[in-house]
Design a protein around this ligand. Structure first.
Ligand code: RP5
Length: 168
């Protein structure tokens, strides 16, 4: 007599993990950068994308940057936007501590050398293996748009598919 077929053990239902935190983590290297990063905040607000903003300097508080970046994904952040001027190490330092995509915004400041080329090179010239996307000088709005496009790849957050390019 053949054994009755055993019913397969149902797999446990795993509720999809959704952290309550912000989707975009904005970092700025100094309070003096805040105004130039405002267009990113406006753009994210327009798109209904949650964000958090922290002032953390790669040079003045490297441990703070490391702690922030290494815990961001666990808190629900999906993209980091990091704006800094001068020797703008902030985006690269954040990228060193997270697998999240990092968008760097080179910023002008009253202390910029070469009109901001200092920050552009500091962000663009990342070594192989630690990529950072770089938008234009003072290109905070573009950073937010790019962040929304990245988020849209993961499941339809407001920003790109479904929203005509002309509205970007
Ligand atoms: C950078 O140095 C900051 O991102 C800022 O753009 C620049 C000047 O900073 P403060 O001296 O105004 O704080 O690290």
């Amino acid at each position: 007599m053949s054994r009755p077929e055993e019913a397969p053990t149902p797999l446990p239902v795993i509720e999809e993990f959704e952290a309550a935190g912000a989707l975009v983590g904005i970092l700025i290297g100094s309070e003096s950068d805040r105004e130039r990063m405002d267009p990113a905040i406006e753009e994210l607000n327009d798109r209904g994308i949650s964000y958090e903003l922290n002032v953390l300097s790669a040079h003045r508080d490297p441990r703070g940057v490391a702690e922030y970046a290494s815990t961001a994904a666990l808190r629900g952040v999906r993209v980091i936007i990091a704006g800094a001027g001068m020797a703008a190490a902030l985006p690269g330092t954040a990228a060193a501590y997270t697998d999240l995509p990092v968008i760097g915004v080179p910023l002008t400041s009253s202390k910029s050398a070469l009109g901001g080329l200092d920050a552009i090179l500091a962000i663009v010239q990342m070594p192989p293996g630690v990529p950072v996307a770089c938008v234009s000088l003072d290109g905070a709005r573009n950073a937010a748009i790019l962040a929304s496009k990245i988020l849209a790849q993961g499941g339809g957050y407001p920003g790109t598919p479904g929203r005509p390019l002309t509205q970007l």
